[in-house]
Design a protein around this ligand. Sequence first.
Ligand code: ADP
Length: 256
Amino acid sequence: VSVSARAFLEASGCRGGSVLAFSDVTEVVAAVRARETFVAAMSHEFRTPLTSLIGYAELLQDDPSLSPAARSDTQVMVRNARHLNKMVDDVLAAATSGVTEDYRLPLDLARLVREQAVASAPEAMSRNITLDVDAEGDLPILGDRTGVVRVIDNLVSNALKYSDDGGKVRLEARQDGAWAVLSVEDQGIGIGAEDLDRVFKRFQRSSAAVRSGVPGTGLGLALAQEVAEQHGGELAVTSELGVGSVFTLRLPLRQP
Ligand code: ADP
């Protein structure tokens, strides 16, 4: 049962009484629970075979007995299995949407960026992409860990995904006044001016991304922007087609 209460005043300004409203939310709660159970089950069903697929393909690509051609084919397998994993993540995150846990936990943005750099290093290395990281010290924020990690992961994964092999991606976490700021810069395919607003909408992709043949759902940035806004922050991009992009995440610094 959901209860809401409101006091009302009489014309004289004196308190006239209160209204209590009781509503039966059994069905709403049941629907939310059913959705959560479904997403958890789907998540398990998708992830178990995918994790195994990625693990074995990663082992295979390091097998010294592989011919150069077979190694390059295996690398394509690993890359696409990782893409598929990321897409499953995005679709399931969109189904639950938004902040997942307590979003007032003390976090350190600089540390999360350093951890992401470690997590993304194998992918960068396998594509010969230089991953520069400047995220010293700490940048205290309050946030939902799962949500903020997902945003950082999405920005870094995109920077790698839309870069050519041998490119360069730079992560910088810094303080700017009352803000903790992360910028993710790449020298990849870029985004045309006409697509700049669209890329933050669900299921929207730039024409350059579609042309490039790189798979994607167009969900990650929309979710990332939702999470940034739920935290009182913002996510913005500057980009030039064929030159590269800079995504900037700003989250309020935790006040002492
Ligand atoms: P996707 O799964 O398609 O990558 P996202 O929501 O993460 O979905 O991104 C939306 C779109 O924004 C992408 O399809 C691509 O067109 C564009 N985009 C995102 N990041 C970059 C980037 N670093 N460089 C170029 N384009 C990007």
